[in-house]
Design a protein around this ligand. Structure first.
Ligand code: HEC
Length: 303
């Protein structure tokens, strides 16, 4: 029997529309979910590295405070890296920067001996925050320094009496310090004030780029999966629903035209099988009925 499809809406296009809708919803839902997961992950990673770096810097400071400073001061030696923990931290920062240029370790002050240590951009804001909030524990915040994204941890640098031998009166400061840095800035610090900050920063990977890349991969996988589902579903719908229905439609047309001698059989035990058998019963009844009518007509005309 020649099977022709029914014009207009078909069962499979309803399936296609439903599937397309699910596909679009899942593809759209992927982006915000990935955004939040990636953001969390990048910040957790940056936080971990930050803690590590802060601990490295405070270890270097502790060595000066507990070991080298008492030893050298007792001998009347003022060599800054072994007497000032800040200078040691600065030395560490300089060495570290040559190995890991994307990380940041800065000892800043707005009244510095070394003008390299003047705070810039975000560093200025952070110093201001530390002063205003009287924030002894320090702050952690994300921001940009020299066009790079960082998660930074900043702790205030407080002036102690010890610091004044180099940062107090310039005339009393060690001569190699005044020779190197001059006498105009970096002096006149007051005990107890927040003169600067130690700022440690770790790079935060570009969030948008990471989100874009991950979303692309996940949407790609979803697309392949849905394409596979679509192909399988098409085959199942075509073979199990559409073809048998078109077959029964053709048979019904044949019955209506009086050409009903082809029996419809189905060994399926589902709804389509039941429909086919019910249709076959109907076809037989109609065949019998039309046969009887024909015989009746014949006997009537024979008379
Ligand atoms: C033995 C001398 C000496 C002592 C004591 C000393 N510093 Fe310094 N400090 C220096 C020198 C030298 C520099 C400049 C380092 C550089 O070239 O970056 C400096 C730099 C700094 C800076 C960076 C800003 C700047 O001035 O360039 C801070 C902040 C700082 N010291 C804080 C302290 C604090 C706080 C103390 C006391 C706890 C202290 N220093 C004690 C010598 C000293």
């Amino acid at each position: 029997m020649d099977i022709e499809s029914v014009p207009g809406r078909s069962v499979s296009s309803a399936f296609h529309r439903a599937l397309l809708l699910i596909y679009l919803v899942s593809a759209l839902a992927v982006v915000p979910v990935i955004y939040f997961l990636t953001k969390d992950e990048l910040f957790a990673q940056a936080n971990k590295e930050l803690k590590l770096l802060v601990d490295v810097v405070s270890s270097a400071r502790a060595i000066v405070k507990d070991k080298t400073r008492p030893y050298f001061l007792a001998k009347g030696e003022f060599f800054a890296p072994v007497v000032s923990s800040t200078v040691m931290a600065k030395e560490l920062a300089t060495q570290f920067h040559t190995l890991q240029p994307s990380y940041l370790i800065r000892m800043v002050s707005d009244n510095p001996l070394n003008v390299e240590n003047l705070p810039e951009g975000l560093e200025k804001d952070v110093l201001e925050t530390l002063r205003q909030g009287n924030n002894d524990k320090g702050v952690i915040q994300a921001g940009t320094i020299r066009d790079r994204n960082y998660l930074i941890s900043a702790v205030p640098t407080k002036v102690h009496d010890d610091c004044l031998m180099c940062h107090g009166d310039p005339t009393a400061a060690p001569s190699d310090i005044t020779a190197k840095y001059g006498t105009t800035t970096g002096f006149g610090w007051k005990t107890g004030t927040t003169i600067g900050a130690t700022i440690v920063g770790v790079p935060i990977a570009d969030l948008n780029a990471a989100v874009l890349k991950r979303s692309g991969i996940v949407i790609g996988i979803i697309t392949v999966l849905f394409a596979g589902v679509l192909i399988v579903l098409n085959r199942v719908v075509q073979g199990n629903i559409i073809k048998p229905i078109l077959h029964i439609t053709e048979a019904a047309k044949a019955v209506s035209l009086g050409r009903s001698n082809e029996p419809l059989v189905s060994d399926r035990d589902d709804e389509i099988g039941a429909l086919t058998r019910a249709f076959e019963l109907m076809r037989r009844s109609i065949t019998i009925a039309t046969g009887q009518i024909a015989r009746l007509n014949k006997t009537r005309t024979d008379r």
